[in-house]
Design a protein around this ligand. Structure first.
Ligand code: ADP
Length: 472
């Protein structure tokens, strides 16, 4: 280099600026969602091309390494095995050749001591902790970084470092070209930016891996749900159908031989199974209509006390004779202050849809109380502090049945969700009742939630706005 001025004169500075701009662009592109994981190596290769041109070097490499012994170890190459390095980009340089240059690296910004025509620098990757999966991706299985005695690879977390190696052919007289001197000036400026790009690449790759895994897991979960759903739906449709077919076939075949009472029993069973089938089909249809927004409310002033009494009477009548003796039903009306009342404020609601919600809640209270018990419906207005008028009406349907485990209290409102307890598995159901209730209550701008103590019963709360009666 001799007399040449080594300070950063204008053309050199703008050259560096151009490369830095390009590196920043590549770095941004590395984070783009559509970039695939091989992009890392491509960018590293492009980056190396730029650097080689800028330094007028002929050969070079960018190598990724793992620092084994923590940040206090200044010379991170000392404990490093050649195998623990992954070449990110090589240019006219063989991998082994690049490895042999590693000892030339001492500390940041230092020129290699043994081979005068090589410049080796550490790219500033900072403390980039390697997740175990990433370490596996970057390092061969034999790497000491993965197989350190006493530590499993799952606990391994190593700062990543990258090396930048640039090379020039030795001149005929055995000296180095002036490009080496120039490179020596430029290298510290460039390596920071190049290091930032590599960090970005690694993070982008890691993000993509994580996202891919998450997407794959979500897909598997969906597939599982779909299979479970099909199994539940087909069971709920096929079992009543099988009863209907069985009883009908027996009636047809042995009509004459069956006593009148037996025939009546068979017909009753057919009728019950058809009701179950019809209910399942209706629920499936209703859920899909709610999903597509095909259901609209027809609001009118509704006396919820009356509606609840009708629903209780229907539930009582619907109970099989042997179960009827095990249940008692109560309707409580209260004022907002908790004192007993004889009526509650009317609310603006769709009476048909509200009745459906009450029927569903009562049906569950009975279904999930296998030993019978008390089912209580409480209706009361609720007041907010400082408001002289009640704005909401609360309906609570309580039972003394098996209860709902705490972790399931929110999930029971999801479509097709059923608590997988031994007892609930024996009770038939599609897992749609509460999902439909939730949608219907939300259409009323209300809320629904559950409280429960396992083995001590559940309470389903519904909170509905009373609404303005003048708008009728
Ligand atoms: P289904 O009763 O058809 O299974 P639902 O949507 O009505 O569907 O209820 C979802 C799940 O919530 C039920 O499978 C049951 O596990 C649980 N559940 C609902 N109501 C009660 C209740 N009153 N007591 C105990 N568990 C209940």
């Amino acid at each position: 280099m001799g007399t040449e001025d080594l300070s950063l004169e204008e053309p050199l500075a703008s050259e560096i600026a151009a490369v830095l701009r390009e590196l920043a662009r590549l770095s941004q592109r590395a984070g783009a969602p559509e970039v695939d994981t091989r992009f890392g190596n491509t960018v590293a290769a492009t980056m190396l091309e730029h650097l080689l041109a800028l330094f007028a070097a002929q050969r070079g490499a960018i190598l990724l390494a793992v620092q084994e012994d923590g940040p206090e170890q200044h010379n991170f190459l000392a404990p490093l095995q050649a195998q623990a390095i992954r070449p990110l980009a090589l240019h006219e340089l063989r991998e082994e050749e690049a490895y042999t240059l590693l000892p030339a690296f001492a500390s940041p910004g230092t020129q290699g001591s043994e081979v005068s025509c090589w410049l080796v620098d550490r790219l500033a990757l900072g403390e980039f902790a390697v997740e175990p999966e990433l370490a596996h991706a970057y390092l061969p299985a034999s790497s000491p970084a993965l197989n350190r005695e006493g530590s499993s690879p799952t606990q391994a977390s190593h700062p990543l470092q990258a090396l930048l190696v640039l090379g020039w052919d030795v001149l005929a007289d055995g000296t180095c070209s002036s490009a080496v001197e120039r490179g020596r000036t430029l290298l510290p400026f460039i390596s920071d930016a190049a290091g930032a790009v590599i960090i970005h690449l690694l993070l982008a790759e890691r993000m993509q891996e994580v996202e891919l895994t998450a997407a794959r897991e979500a897909l598997q979960h969906m597939e599982l749900l779909k299979a479970e759903l099909l199994a539940t739906v087909s069971h709920e449709l096929r079992s009543p159908l099988a009863s209907i077919k069985g009883y009908a076939a027996t009636l047809l075949r042995h009509e004459r031989r069956l006593a009148r009472a037996e025939r009546h029993q068979f017909l009753l069973a057919i009728s019950e199974a058809s009701d179950r089938l019809e209910q399942s089909i209706e629920r499936l249809l209703e859920m899909s209509q709610l999903e597509t927004g095909a259901i609209t409310l027809e609001r009118s002033p509704v006396d919820v006390a009356l509606l609840a009494q009708e629903a209780i009477t229907a539930a009582e009548q619907g109970l099989a004779a042997q179960a009827a003796g095990h249940f008692s039903f109560k309707l409580h009306l209260e004022h907002a202050d908790g004192t007993p009342a004889t009526s509650v404020p009317l609310i603006m609601a769709d009476p048909r849809r509200l009745r459906e919600v009450l029927d569903n809640l009562l049906e569950n209270a009975i279904k999930y109380s296998p030993g019978g018990g008390t089912v209580t419906v409480l209706v009361r207005p609720t007041m907010q502090a400082g408001d002289p008028h009640p704005r909401m009406l609360e309906i609570c349907v309580s039972d003394t049945g098996m209860g709902i485990p705490a972790g399931h209290l929110e999930r029971i409102f999801e479509q097709f969700y059923r608590v997988d307890l031994r007892l609930t598995r024996e009770v038939s159901g599609l897992g749609l009742g509460l999902a439909i209730c939730k949608r219907l209550i939300e259409l009323h701008e209300g809320t629904i939630w559950a409280e429960s103590a396992l083995q001590h019963g559940s309470t389903l709360h519904v909170l509905l706005p009373i609404g303005e009666m003048d708008h009728v």
